[in-house]
Design a binder for this molecule. Sequence first.
Ligand code: FO1
Length: 308
Amino acid sequence: MNVAVLSGGVGGARFLRGLLDVAAPEEVTIVGNVGDDLEVWGLHVSPDLDSILYALTGRADEERGWGRAGETWKALASVAELGGETWFRLGDRDLGLHLARTEALRRGEPLSAVTARIARSLGLQAALLPATDDRLRTWLDTPAGPFPFQEWFVARVHADEVDAVRYEGADTAAAAPGVVAALEAADVIMLAPSNPYVSVGPILAVPDIRAALESRSAPCVAVSPLVGGRAVKGPADRMLARLAGGTTPAHVAACYAGLIDALVLDEADAGGVDELDVRPIVTQTLMTDADARRRLAEAALDAAAALR
Ligand code: FO1
């Protein structure tokens, strides 16, 4: 069964680990967010693609929640000593990936080709595609002014309320090679439990991808990132409250209006299912360990199978 998953970084990657335990990895295509990509020390960093790569190949630092396990920080210390920018921390091992990627991009290789090569080298069996090879950047409009995603998220610890989210470059971005084909060939499409505005939103802002979802023949199932109306981590709940008017399952589903057939939601949010205009699948969505991740992936797959 071919499965295509649209995913952000950390929460999405956790879900993908469960999915790869229950689905054949070679039948899974992951479409990753590039809206939070940035340049650090002259290098191209793709945090969400890297979170997925590290999580699915056993290299992620699970405690920190981002970057590589067993990391050292010698380059960062050296940059700090020389008065360079250190608000976005790159570890030494992680740096190797950014060097390899940037060198290939400068040679003219598209991000999708570089990502596929790196994924193969790291032993990833599923296909990992960036949403687009074109430049797409997420911006947040806040009362303190507009900020590129990582400046708001990391440097300002996402403290500013968000009045609007913009996806610079999205209108003219083309889906990366293989993305539309994967969506068309999918028996099941899934939206991972990632932030609808800053993780899945930038992917859906690519016109070809949105069109492919709008005209899908396969069922599309989203997994809510909220538990009891609260984000497990990050600003998704605050953003939904301010931008969508609430944090019920219906508010989450509204972010994906016309694009999903079912929403997997937590038991703690079951009170809100009556307002949903897509099929609710109520289960435990907290991915506390491997079993919980696997059960959630299974619930999402079963839900999709029931809709086929
Ligand atoms: N998150 C932080 O909170 N602080 C950092 O310094 C930081 C560095 C970093 C480096 C590489 C990488 O792949 C991710 C990194 N992240 C950091 C996480 C990243 O900002 C977020 O996880 C995502 O962009 C949100 O999905």
